[in-house]
Design a binder for this molecule. Structure first.
Ligand code: ATP
Length: 286
């Protein structure tokens, strides 16, 4: 999907801008009421930080509360306990300067590709002509020059992801929130999109919070990987990924010994949680 971003914001350039893009999640808890009226604890005492301009991935078994965490960082949902701060300020609603990308495309089917991408600047008050120029430039940057007048249904899944990426990045967000953005793509297209995302991120350097099931993806992209426990979700461990940047093509990175070693180290921690979550959903004792 694409970001319909809320307010204009530029990539962090100086210290103050950079500090504004720090995400601090502290003691976060979330309870839901089930349809039977019982209280269900989805998250408990989740604490981690995304440093300004860094790429943080969150991995964990299905249902552990990854998307719930992301919705509280975005301001779409409120914590039951604890806090989320962006740039030192508690999040209490939709926060400006944040763009989103989700697994499902949220492109408007009746608008052209350029029409979708220019929405962000138009919402920010940029004039029609300048918004169109910006959209064309971003479509070129994501490899879609010549497709400006197509409609989303005329594109492949990978091409639609590129449109979504252009729509998210055209706002030059200080924070980019991504929930399994490439989850629906085939393996090859996914690797190409990951490489493209890294290239664009390295130019703009927003702080990224990236939710994924895919540990390879987390290690290839992130500086920091947060491993969550099976429900109620809490932080099990935080790993720093010291693979050098720029990382180049994700397809090639996956064969490097240091990548494999890092992936293996984190998997040791994650495996237990995945097995526990599976046992729970399969009805066996965890
Ligand atoms: N609005 C809600 N009401 C009740 N329960 C909810 C609600 N939203 C989420 N949950 C529950 O909270 C838990 C965490 O859900 P969440 O979608 O955050 O997990 P996830 O880790 O993102 O899962 P997946 O990896 O499968 O996408 C799940 O058990 C889910 O059923």
């Amino acid at each position: 999907m694409a970001s319909r971003n809320e307010s204009a914001s530029r990539a962090p350039a100086d210290h103050a801008d950079r500090a504004a893009s720090r995400i601090e999640v502290t003691g976060l808890g979330k309870r839901f009421l089930t349809p039977k009226g019982e209280v269900f604890t989805a998250l408990r005492d989740v604490t981690f930080t995304v440093e300004p301009g860094r790429f943080c991935a969150v991995v964990g078994p299905t249902g552990c509360g990854k998307s719930t965490t992301l919705s509280m960082v975005s301001g779409l949902d409120r914590p039951s306990e604890g806090s989320v701060k962006v740039g030192g300020r508690e999040v209490s609603g939709i926060t400006g300067g944040i763009s989103f990308m989700f697994q499902t495309d949220a492109l408007l089917p009746w608008k052209t590709v350029a029409g979708n991408v220019e929405l962000g600047p138009l919402f920010r008050g940029v004039g029609k002509r300048q918004a169109r120029t910006l959209a064309r430039d971003w479509l070129r940057r994501v490899g879609l020059a010549g497709f400006e007048d197509h409609h989303p249904h005329q594109l492949s899944g990978g091409m639609r992801k590129r449109v979504a990426m252009a729509a998210a990045l055209i706002n030059e967000p200080r924070i980019l929130l991504m929930d399994e953005p490439f989850g629906a793509l085939d393996v090859q297209t996914k690797a190409i999109m990951q490489t493209e995302l890294l290239g664009l991120w390295e130019q703009l350097r927003p702080s990224v919070l990236f939710i994924t099931h895919d540990l390879d993806e987390a290690v290839a992209l992130a500086d920091r990987v947060v491993v969550m426990t099976s429900g109620p979700g809490t932080v099990k461990a935080v790993y720093e990924v010291d693979l050098p940047r720029p990382r180049g093509a994700v397809q090639d990175l996956r064969y490097e010994p240091h990548f494999l070693e890092t992936q293996h180290r984190i998997w040791e921690s994650l495996r237990e949680e995945v097995q526990r979550a599976y046992a729970l959903t399969a009805g066996a004792d965890a």
